[in-house]
Design a protein around this ligand. Structure first.
Ligand SMILES: Nc1ncnc2c1ncn2[C@@H]1O[C@H](COP(=O)(O)OP(=O)(O)O)[C@@H](O)[C@H]1O
Ligand SMILES: [Mg+2]
Length: 229
């Protein structure tokens, strides 16, 4: 699904690479943790895959398409095939939970009938049935992130990219969110999560890719966090 060939990313010319000579192959349906210290390049790698950033050198293929060669319609299609989840949720504060999730469908021009059917179903799936009319400020951090996840999955993406999605919630809530990602992955969606939640990474026995100074220093099936150091 995703292939990186000798990908490097330098933000400031002459500066150190944020990502350095990375080679990576991701199959459809995988569940991957990206780990590594702050500044290791996790967010940059996610932005290269989402094509928010372009590589300075190397090639990134998504479904065998060179993402650097996209024309605007292809870039739009690329973005619609993925759902993004952020540490700070990024919900619109002046909109209800229902409206936040509905917006993701409205911008793609889905018919109102479909939106009316789909949004409550997705909210129920993430455990937010009954919270449709609440505003983000009326929800706990864990619930807000569930809304963020609902928004990410409502278009049935092939891939979920989550950047430290449990960074703002307590450990017990983090566990519940990870279980939700696991459930989404069981439905066939590829999931890539950058995280510091080492205890959960240890427990979940997924593929673990460890970055340090922009390089992949470990890539383990059913890996653990500790062995990366
Ligand atoms: N937009 C940017 N401009 C300049 N440097 C950046 C930018 N984004 C990230 N960096 C640098 O790239 C390196 C990797 O950062 P990042 O990908 O955010 O790592 P992580 O998510 O693992 O903490 C860091 O040295 C960071 O300072
Ligand atoms: Mg980061």
């Amino acid at each position: 699904m995703i292939d990186l060939f000798s990908v490097s990313k330098v933000y400031k010319s002459g500066g150190p690479p944020a990502i350095s000579c990375v080679n990576l192959h991701v199959e459809q349906g995988e569940f991957i943790f990206l780990v590594g210290p702050s500044g290791a390049g996790k967010t940059t790698l996610i932005k290269l895959i989402s094509r928010e950033e372009l590589p300075t050198s190397g090639r990134i293929l998504f479904l065998n398409n060179d993402t650097a060669a996209y024309k605007p319609p292809e870039l739009l299609r690329h973005r619609r095939l993925m759902g993004m989840v952020f540490q700070d949720f990024r919900l619109l504060k002046s909109k209800t939970i229902y409206e936040n999730v509905a917006l993701a469908l409205e911008v793609t021009g889905r018919p109102p009938q479909e939106i009316k059917a789909k949004v409550p179903a997705v909210l129920a799936r993430v455990g937010l049935a009954g919270k449709e009319e609440a505003f983000p400020s009326e929800l706990s951090g864990g619930e807000q992130q569930r809304a963020g996840i609902a928004r990410a999955i409502v278009r049935d993406p092939l891939l979920i990219l989550a950047d430290e999605p449990t960074g703002n919630v307590d450990p017990e809530t983090a566990r519940g969110l990870m279980e939700l990602f696991e459930e989404i992955n069981r439905g066939g969606t590829t999931v890539i999560i950058a995280t510091h939640a080492w205890d959960l990474v240890e427990r979940m026995k997924k593929r673990v890719i460890a970055l340090d100074k922009g390089r992949i220093i470990k890539d383990e099936r059913q890996g653990s966090f500790n062995h990366a150091h």
